[in-house]
Design a protein around this ligand. Sequence first.
Ligand SMILES: [Zn+2]
Length: 326
Amino acid sequence: MSKKKVVLGVDIGGTNTKFGLVDREGNCLATSTMETASHRPPGHFFGRLHENSNRLLENIGEDCELAGVGIGAPNANFYKGTLENPPNLDWDYVDIRAEMGKYRPLPLAVTNDANAAALGEMFFGAARGMKDFIVITLGTGLGSGIVANGALIYGADGLAGEIGHTTVFPDGRLCKCGRLGCLETYASATGLCRTVQELFCNTMTPSELRSVCFRDLTAEMVYKAALGGDPLALEAFRFTGHVLGMKLADSVAHLSPEAIIFSGGLADAGDMVLEPARQAMEEQLFPIYRNKVKLIQTRLTQGNPAVLGAGALIWSVLEKEHAQTS
Ligand SMILES: [Zn+2]
């Protein structure tokens, strides 16, 4: 009897790395987490990843075989198999293909975490059956993955789809990328907190958040305050959604997507951020696009979405190779 094929999905984050074994149906058969510890050389990280993932494989039994490895990480380059100046990691440049090649002669694919999220939605989530859609991850920053004509858009250099670093206000907030007014400085968990800070300074609106030191303020605190009817927190969400929607109207004009799918911590706020986004987007849209594009939340709520996305990445590569050889 042939063994069941599974892939290893890996999500490299600034603090922790999550990894798991994913089958073609999108079941996470086993998952684990380890410290990324990027203050140590990359070789140390990939050695530990190899050991830990072997342990996972042993745990799920001998009926499964590993068919490939997919890795999602910030600034990962699909074409080169590299990590280039990843934010929140101490490594400058990592040749992932060479590092992983020391251990496993298996198919490997890497891409940035938002692209992996888009493939996760296409294979296992809300975008099943869609050929044109955008996934926006609203976390500490704003990531995006674009699928057009059924294919993830990598662009000429493998780094396409950074909607978070397109300009909303040319003289706006300083972004960690060095530019002014990037979308992610407004539409992200940190952007929401910066908006609250601005509202403290520029309005007299009462708020329970005024007693919180800015250093301690989190998007979750703003969300809880908004749920309780705090007017300043509600205004911060409205503004965040408004800016997001305004900018998404541009993306709709470029791509005419069927849907825009949101995942990540801030997206869990649901309509509190998506409803003002929908309104602002519709107001800004070129009329031929109006009332067509769905804004929806992720349906990847079972298992770990980032691990599923990285798994979908390598499944997509394996299937493409299979289609070309058969
Ligand atoms: Zn930026």
